[in-house]
Design a protein around this ligand. Structure first.
Ligand SMILES: Cc1cc2nc3c(=O)[nH]c(=O)nc-3n(C[C@H](O)[C@H](O)[C@H](O)COP(=O)(O)OP(=O)(O)OC[C@H]3O[C@@H](n4cnc5c(N)ncnc54)[C@H](O)[C@@H]3O)c2cc1C
Length: 385
């Protein structure tokens, strides 16, 4: 055990890095070019138990926590092949079902999510609510023992490959203006559950969708956990999502810096390689430092969460997501610049990461909303909205 990471986790990191190294950026870029998903990598990672490291052992998971799942995603990203759906399927949906699902839901979903043979998307964002989840209007109405769901969602990742989507709705009687969310598992082929792909300027195998829920009728068992504890359940899933987005960004930042360092070490247009010039070297050193700092905050957030401190994890997870996204945006930008003209070629494949890095700045919660959170919750400053 070193101070930061146990021997087991370092061994897990090394094993995942080895798997990811066999696939690498070329595999990922080819999948994107051909409009395919990274199914082979997903399946192998699932078979090796990496996608379910955080899920309970009795349901086929590894019995670890978000700290372990985050390091898996970070290592895949550092090799250039991050699996975005890990942020959603095992981290949000797996966690929420493991903590709050009924025994039947756990039996039905957790073994598949742990093995990667089942996938679940997560839908909270709405066109007219955006960052303000208090304005969610997707409504769940009781009809006998059934629920009937209607509303719209936007930017929902991976709905095409997911067996189901965990939809955040609100109960119809919540007219006080206060969010009273509730979570429903909606199977991909449920009548009235309609999806339309959104064209994104993103080089990613995972696609985003606009969803229409047109009186989607669900059995009582589709409700996850308790109708009156939805907010608690929701936050139990959102903190892992922030930690995993930090891991996604940190992996991407590591990949970009490594490519730039390789290039700067050998590219020579004067007497020395370009990496000898401090104007090239220092920004890369700074990015390395920023990534390491973000990683420390990610560990803190993950360990607080895994220790059951949901409130402490909330602040740390927001800060980790913020720091990691900013570090990744800067690292990718600097990497592209380090390669000069080659930074913009398809062959080197870095420029397309500029948009991918910016996803971490806006989703699942934007940079400004985190600054708002820290201003209000941590510093006690008044609210502007
Ligand atoms: C690639 C991708 C994948 C995604 N996947 C999913 C998914 O799987 N599931 C899901 O539910 N959602 C998903 N999202 C949605 C994502 O979570 C939202 O885009 C994000 O929450 C921001 O909401 P918005 O886009 O509506 O922006 P808006 O809320 O409209 O914000 C626009 C801008 O205004 C700023 N702003 C808004 N309010 C304030 C304020 N009070 N103070 C200061 N600034 C403010 C924001 O910071 C932002 O810069 C995804 C998005 C992307 C890009």
């Amino acid at each position: 055990m070193n101070l930061i990471e146990s021997a087991e986790n370092r061994a897990l990191r090394a094993a995942v890095a080895q798997l990811a190294g066999r696939y690498g950026r070329e595999y990922f870029a080819t999948a994107v070019r051909e409009g395919r998903h990274a199914d082979e990598l997903w399946a192998e990672a699932g078979k090796l138990g990496y996608l379910g490291v955080n899920l309970p052992e009795e349901y086929g998971g590894g019995g670890g926590g978000i700290a372990e799942l985050a390091l898996v995603l970070e290592e895949l990203g550092a090799a250039g092949c991050p699996l975005l759906l890990m942020v959603v399927s095992p981290a949000i949906c797996g966690t929420v079902i493991a903590r709050f699902g009924t025994d039947e839901q756990k039996r039905a979903w957790l073994p598949g999510l742990a093995a990667g043979t089942a996938r679940m998307a997560f839908g909270i964002t709405e066109p007219d609510a955006g960052s303000n989840s208090h304005r969610l209007t997707t409504t769940a109405r009781r009809d006998g023992s059934d629920w009937v769901l209607s509303g719209r969602k936007v930017f929902i990742s991976g709905v095409d490959v997911a067996d189901a989507t965990l939809i955040v709705g609100r109960t119809e009687d919540a007219r006080t203006g206060r969010l009273k969310p509730c979570l429903f598992i909606v199977g991909r082929d449920t009548p009235g559950f309609l999806r339309r792909p959104i064209e994104m300027e993103l080089a990613s195998p995972e696609k985003q969708f606009e969803l229409v829920l047109d009186d989607v009728r669900l059995p009582a068992e589709a409700l996850v956990g308790n109708e009156d504890a939805g907010l608690l359940q929701l936050f139990a899933g959102l903190n892992p999502e922030r930690v995993m987005t930090a891991a996604f960004a940190i992996g991407m930042g590591r990949y970009a810096v490594a490519r730039a360092v390789d290039y700067a070490r050998t590219r020579q247009v004067w007497d020395e390689p370009i990496g000898a010039h401090q104007a090239v070297a220092h920004p890369l050193a700074r990015s390395h430092i920023e990534i390491e700092l973000a990683r420390l905050m990610m560990y803190k957030a993950a360990h607080l969460y895994d220790a059951g401190d949901d409130a402490g994890a909330g602040e740390a997870a927001n800060m980790a997501k913020y720091a990691a996204a900013e570090a990744a945006v800067r690292a990718v930008d600097q990497a592209v610049h380090t390669l000069g003209g080659n930074g913009l070629t398809v062959e080197f494949g870095l420029a397309s990461m500029i948009t991918a890095a910016r996803v971490a700045r806006v989703a699942p919660v934007s940079r400004e909303m985190i600054l708002n959170y820290v201003s209000h919750q941590t510093l006690g400053l008044p609210k502007s909205y």
